[in-house]
Design a protein around this ligand. Structure first.
Ligand code: FE
Length: 246
């Protein structure tokens, strides 16, 4: 468990070690703001039980107001039915293009509008307690409907699969220290999974003016500090990937 920010009222916690062997390692995160909170990419069935027990120590699970699903992959949405069962009032945010697919995962398909907030293509601002979070489009990185989340209090950008690294299990580390060393664990994944250079450039242009202290991707190590954040943005801006290489 990594407590990236905690001022007593606002907390950001990332869980990096809940994925069992054999499943792609995935990070889960929570933002707690006073008496409310949000779960970001909770992962699939394999992470549900440990994550539920861990987050309950920070805030009762019934008090979490939102779950953000940055896109539709199994390692993001796989346990959504269980989260809904333990907290029937929680609102699920999902890219609009994936909205109609979600009933396949939910305990009952009635009242989708009561349960799910489809995030429009242009993104949105989201009130959580006293603060306003930003949902930033990251379409085609890698999914056709995909969002990043920016928390202006901790200055953390939750980037989904953007900036993901697939680290060898025996060399896993929580924070990437040296970009030149780290990039080899990102390169193959981004070249294959990210749609195109045009999509990468569009995302970098949307986020580069934010005040970012850390990037928390859905897989692999966290990039903390302006130096590595800027090195990553520069690398991604110039990357050829996806259909560029077809
Ligand atoms: Fe994915």
């Amino acid at each position: 468990m990594l407590r990236l920010f905690d001022d007593g009222n606002h907390k950001v916690i990332v869980y990096r070690d809940l994925t069992p062997k054999g499943a792609v390692q995935s990070n889960q995160a929570i933002i707690v703001e006073g008496e409310t909170g949000m779960i970001i990419d909770p992962g699939g069935r394999v992470t549900f039980t440990p994550l539920f027990s861990k987050i309950s120590k920070e805030l009762p699970a019934s008090k979490f107001r939102y779950i953000l699903l940055t896109h539709q992959d199994p390692d993001v949405v796989g346990a959504i039915a269980s989260w809904k069962v333990i907290n029937p009032d929680i609102k699920i945010l999902i890219p609009k293009v994936w909205y109609r697919f979600l009933p396949h995962m939910l305990p009952s398909s009635g009242d989708l509008k009561e349960t799910v907030i489809p995030v429009e293509d242009e993104g949105m601002e989201l009130q959580l307690g006293d603060i306003v979070l930003k949902l930033i489009p990251s379409h085609f990185l890698h999914s056709p409907g995909n969002f990043s989340l920016y928390d202006p209090v901790s200055k953390i950008l939750f980037s989904g699969d953007v900036g993901a690294s697939l680290l060898p299990p025996d060399q896993d580390y929580d924070f990437a220290e040296n970009f030149e060393e780290h990039v080899k664990y990102m390169e193959e994944f981004h070249k294959r999974y990210m749609a195109s250079s045009k999509a990468c450039k569009a995302w970098v242009e949307r986020v580069r003016d934010l005040d970012i202290e850390a990037i928390v991707p859905q897989h692999g190590a966290i990039m903390k500090g302006k130096e590595i954040v800027n090195a990553f943005l520069e690398w991604l801006y110039n990357l050829e990937c996806g259909v560029d290489l077809l």
